[in-house]
Design a protein around this ligand. Structure first.
Ligand code: SF4
Length: 411
């Protein structure tokens, strides 16, 4: 098979999600190796008539030494490097905006296509704790999101498309590279310690690309991350949670945000399809009972604190009841208002009292520190001061005003 033919036939799943190009252009399009998992790259090399161990070598150059030029891959023969140069590329998404906060938080906005809506965001948050220094990267999986959670800036943009594997793993590559670009290749190392699939989009609705990207994160020939340090966060796509349990061992987080179906139907509309009873049962199935090494010993519950909406004492009591049989850790997130947001952030006192109720009931419950306020680093905020296309914001403002009015009139 000619090298050109290999290039075309090897357009793998890593690239199937890229926007379709005209047929003529596709014939000369180079294969982007950045997003290939090891099995995919091994197949690529075998199809080229090369030994499959080349995949591991090339992956190390890409993901451990952050090299994009085949000429720098010194343990690969000159002939093969030339061949690769002709038909392949190593290409991260284009950075259109980057901002590094005083507190160490870094954010990037990537362009992943043409047009105004083709932007995604990535945030890196550093922290010190008893286990040492952490650098946690929050990665996006889709351009926009179809799920329209009422408190989420991304949901207001609507869904544009899924990200490819190269676009997902490219966010991790770029975050690592940002610390290493001035370091000689031989001395480069990986800086990001933790990943959360918690940026724009619902990761379980871009399942294959997200799964393969997480496999690259765990692969010793790539990022070699601990499975406990890779977390997938979902709003609750129940059948995919079960599939995930079969396919990979990573930590799971649930964007819960409401302790009863009535409120969750409003805040996280996918709840109408997969109500709380089904979601909690799926989480229980996800937990593994054996094997200390598993990342699946508990589920993290994320709960954004919305003033007057989901932060009352009765909500904390409902949480206790809901989660009593689920090994879980609860993370309370002070809401970070975005333009036209229909909600406000709960007061500090309200959040602390909510935490105390849950802690007194025996839950591990933390309050997320707000970071990177000077660079709008909260999830869903970075891409934009987007127009509220759904008019939900307006409806919610009215609803909250009405409920406050009723509470006032009842004394
Ligand atoms: S919270 Fe997550 S699932 Fe909900 S709209 Fe935003 S990005 Fe989508």
């Amino acid at each position: 098979m000619s090298t050109e033919a290999v290039a075309v036939s090897a357009v793998s799943e890593a690239q199937q999600h890229t926007p379709s190009a005209p047929a003529q252009q596709k014939a000369v399009e180079k294969v982007n190796l950045l997003g290939m998992s090891r099995p995919q790259m091994e197949k690529f090399f075998e199809d080229m008539g090369e030994k499959k161990f080349r995949a591991g070598q090339v992956m190390k150059w890409i993901h451990q030494f952050f090299v994009t030029d085949f000429a720098e891959m010194t343990n690969i023969s000159g002939k093969l490097r030339e061949k690769l140069e002709k038909i392949c590329e190593i290409k991260a998404p284009e950075v259109v905006h980057k901002n590094y906060s005083k507190d160490g938080t870094r954010k990037w906005v990537f362009r992943v296509g043409d047009g105004e809506g083709s932007l995604v965001e990535t945030v890196l948050i550093p922290a010190e704790d008893k286990t040492g220094s952490r650098k946690t990267l929050c990665i996006s999986s889709q351009v926009g999101c179809a799920l329209d959670c009422s408190f989420c800036s991304t949901g207001k943009q609507g869904f544009q498309r899924d990200l490819s594997q190269a676009e997902i793993i490219g966010q991790l590559w770029m975050a690592n590279y940002s610390y290493m670009e001035d370091v000689p290749v031989a001395e480069r190392e990986r800086s990001v310690t933790n990943v959360v699939m918690m940026g724009m989009g619902e990761p379980l609705l871009n399942y294959d690309a997200v799964l393969n990207s997480m496999r690259i994160m765990l692969d010793d020939f790539a990022y070699g991350m601990s499975k406990r340090r890779v977390t997938l966060s979902t709003s609750g796509v129940v059948p995919k949670i079960d599939q995930l349990a079969q396919d990979i061992d990573v930590a799971l987080a649930i964007s819960l945000h409401a302790p009863n179906d009535e409120l969750r139907n409003e805040l996280v509309p996918i709840n109408k399809k997969y109500p709380l009873e089904q979601l909690i049962a799926a989480c229980q199935r996800y937990i593994t009972k054996d094997g200390n090494e598993s990342a699946r010993k508990h589920v993290t519950i994320e709960y954004v604190m919305l003033d007057g909406v989901n932060d009352k004492p009765e909500h904390a009591q409902q949480m206790i009841k809901l989660l009593k049989n689920l090994p879980s850790k609860i993370n309370l997130i002070p809401f970070n208002p975005f333009p036209h947001a229909p909600y406000g952030r709960s007061s500090r006192n309200r959040i602390i009292s909510f935490q105390k109720t849950l802690s007194d009931a025996g839950f591990v419950c933390t309050i997320r520190q707000t970071r990177g306020d000077d660079i709008d680093a909260a999830c869903g905020q970075l891409v934009g001061q987007v127009a509220d296309r759904t008019r939900r914001a307006e409806q919610w403002k009215k609803k909250i005003a009405q409920s406050n009015e009723i509470m006032r009139s009842q004394g």
